[in-house]
Design a protein around this ligand. Sequence first.
Ligand code: NAD
Length: 346
Amino acid sequence: MVPGGVDTLVAAGHEVLVESGAGSGSLISDEEFAAAGARIVETREEVFGTCDLLIKVKEVQPEEVELLREGQILYTYLHLAPLPELTEGLLSRGVTAVAYETITAPDGTLPLLTPMSEVAGRMAIQEGAHHLHRSCGGSGILLGGVPGVPRGRTVIVGGGVVGLNAAKLAVGIGAEVTVLEKSAGRMRYLDDIFGSRVTTLKSSAVTLAASIAEADLVVGAVLVPGAAAPRVVTREMVAGMREGGVIVDVAVDQGGCCETTRPTTHSKPTYVVDGVVHYCVANMPGAMPRTSTYALTNVTLEYAVTIANYGFEEAVRRDSCLRPGVNTYAGRLTCRPVAESQGRDY
Ligand code: NAD
């Protein structure tokens, strides 16, 4: 939540409680929330114990499950499929849980995931450029080059939201940019918006091998919805890169699109395989909480306002995007993929 969101909810006649310090990671003070009309409460227990609609960013933590109340509406990222214990907790507490990541627009896109892909795509170039520094184990190549010295080569695998945002930043700092994509429509779109500043290539083992062999920075940005990322960048391709080359595999949260990818954390974000620096942080936007909070709230707020204004059932009737977001309803599991992955009744 951001102060502007509090203001919107209060103006609509709702009471908003904010846990003291909730915004500190995003540099939003209690005073700013209070000035927007929030009542600041000292403890998490008070928030959970009082609110009808609970807005968070991360899934409910184990110690929070027992604070949930029957009939309460939980609105947050949940990623329940690999979390059977949390699923059980939500069901046994009789909670109605709306997961940001499964709210779906009529065209099948996931509007509450898009801002995180935008942040991660743009960060991928910042992180890549940084890890090309010699002091970070990189090749010491400046992506933008300088007069008389060639620019660095950036290869982006997957031209969706992450890929487009990575391309935007890479073009911005003057790198030579190639995007490999499967979808012809998407390649046309990228070609239309970037013109001659980006080369698009149909993704195949042959085009990938040739591009990666020349790359200083590789960004992994493929997604096959509902499946683990295809490991299209092979160990052999990685081994063929120049020493000190950098791979930023943004798709790591779906297993990664390089054979050499394994998840890392912000505290130790990189490791080296065959002389190539790998950056594979599964929660990249967590490093940029200020931007990420505002970007996320830009898209979460309207659904929160709809639920608060109309009540849950009427909100779901009015907004068809919300329906697939409902993962549990009053103690029943209502999300098929979660049920299937955990072998539960749906
Ligand atoms: P998207 O659906 O917008 O784009 C994925 C693109 O990959 C599509 O255009 C698709 O055509 C393309 N693609 C599929 N198979 C391909 C192949 N073999 N070769 C080339 N392109 C291929 O998805 P997105 O929002 O850009 O997300 C990309 C990945 O980044 C996802 O796995 C997402 O979960 C992940 N992500 C990670 C973080 C993080 O912090 N690490 C943050 C946000 C998103």
